[in-house]
Design a protein around this ligand. Structure first.
Ligand code: HSE
Length: 320
């Protein structure tokens, strides 16, 4: 990138600050491990970013999660440090983070921080970077959080809607149109670390299972594009990951069975868990599903939180 362009962007951004809302996301959407994700209208993190002269990242956390303020240990920090390097160390960022998406929830908490930070910084700098550049930077946060780069939370957080990540080397993100969908989530207040939830997975799979899985992924994307709720419903099946990970989630099978009885199209583990999500065609069904989730989790005695929301079509959104 030429120095003049960088200098002009920095000049335009001086003395301003920008606040954004970064949405939670549901990665995998059941069958699309690491390749599909969708953005949510609720919950969202709030972040404010401003430029500083020194090429460093200063982090202020205004929540109770006790996340690191050392930028090298913070997912937003590493993403912004990469941006600073791409800006040839000519500027730094001061970022205030108010997390509402609980870390370790499976609702894309780390992605919201890293994607929110780089999108806010980019807006300040007159959108000097492309969305794909931002996904690359934010993926460094995912690497820090889970040991592996994956974009199925980052991409929907930045692009909004449903996204398909065909490849991360090279990056190839496709926005998938979808019909209106309601999302019901239950978040049991236990922590499942993505790194652990990845380590328990089998490294090799049977060809017959792979065939079933890629049939479902292709059909789910087709269902979204054709507004075919029946096809979406029967494609929400995961024969590879869910049988292993669901063991970590209390009452998973019961939540799934009762949600389907209540009329949900289908659903499963949100990201790497422990949250469970269900998709519904209309609001009344989404609330009926929430009621079932509440009944089941009340019986387990495990504290939990539920959300009823819709698919967020905008991704990270500027607030001021
Ligand atoms: N695709 C990732 C996983 C998402 O399931 O491990 C983590 O949120």
């Amino acid at each position: 990138m030429c120095l003049n362009t960088i200098n002009e962007a920095i000049e335009a951004a001086k003395d301003t600050s920008l606040t954004i809302k970064a949405p939670g996301t549901v990665a995998n959407i059941v069958c699309g491990f690491d390749v599909l994700g969708l953005a949510l209208n609720d919950p969202c993190d709030i972040m404010t970013v401003k430029l500083i002269e020194d090429p460093v990242v200063v982090i202020h956390n205004v929540d109770d999660y006790g996340l690191p303020t050392d930028p090298l240990k913070n997912v937003a920090g590493v993403a912004l440090l990469e941006m600073i390097e791409r800006l040839e160390n000519r500027v730094g960022f001061d970022v205030t983070i108010e997390k509402k998406i609980m870390p370790g929830s499976g609702i894309g908490s780390s992605a919201a921080s890293s994607a929110g930070a780089v999108v806010a910084a980019n807006h300040l700098l007159n959108n000097i970077f492309s969305n794909d550049d931002l996904v690359q930077m934010a993926m460094l946060g995912e690497k820090l959080a889970s040991g592996v780069k994956h974009a199925d939370n980052i991409a929907p957080c930045i692009y909004g809607g449903v996204t398909l990540i065909r490849s991360i080397h090279p990056l190839d993100v496709i926005s998938v149109p979808s019909p209106p969908l309601y999302v019901t989530l239950v978040h049991p207040q236990i922590e499942v670390r993505t790194e652990d939830a990845r380590q328990i997975l089998r490294k090799q799979i049977l060809l017959k299972d792979a065939i079933r899985q890629w049939g479902n992924i292709a059909a789910l994307v087709t269902g979204f594009m054709k507004n075919d709720y029946e096809l979406i419903s029967r494609s929400l099946e995961d024969v590879l990951i869910e049988p292993i990970r669901s063991i970590l989630i209390p009452a998973f099978d019961e939540v799934k069975a009762k949600s389907l009885e209540a009329g949900a199209l289908g659903g499963g583990i949100s990201g790497s868990g422990p949250s469970i999500f269900m998709l519904s065609r209309n609001e009344a069904t989404a609330y009926a599903v929430e009621k079932k989730m509440q009944e089941i989790y009340t019986n387990t005695g495990i504290p939990f939180h539920t959300y009823v929301t819709t698919v967020n079509m905008e991704g990270v959104k500027q607030m001021n």
